[in-house]
Design a protein around this ligand. Sequence first.
Ligand code: FES
Length: 111
Amino acid sequence: MAELIKVATVDQLRPGQMFYAEVDGLPVALANVAGTIYAFSDSCRHAGGPLSSGVLRDEVVTCPWHGWAYNVRTGKSVIPPVGLRIPIYTVDVVGTDVFVEIDWPDEPAPC
Ligand code: FES
C-alpha cells in the first residue's frame, strides 16, 4: 500500500545538495538536481554505502565507498555493472514540504 510521507522541507535541499531521511527504517536519499527533487534508496547495491554522503553531479550520484554511480532520476547504474538499479520513489512537493511515496509491501495474511 502506497503512503505519502513528509521527509524534508525544500530549504533543506538546495540545488546540488543531497539529504538523508530514514522512513520507518527505510534509508532514503533525496537529491535536488537543478530545482527538481528526486528520491532513491540511500543504500548502494555494491555493499550498502550511504549514497546521500556521496557526490552529486547533475543527475548522477557516486557512492562514497567504492565509486559505483547511479542516475538519481531512473535509479540505473551508469557504470559497470550496467543494468543494476536502486529503488526510486515518487516525490511530491506541497508548499515547502517534501513528501516521498513509499509503496510498502502488503501485510501477510494471518495464518
Ligand atoms: S558500497 Fe557503494 S560502491 Fe561499494
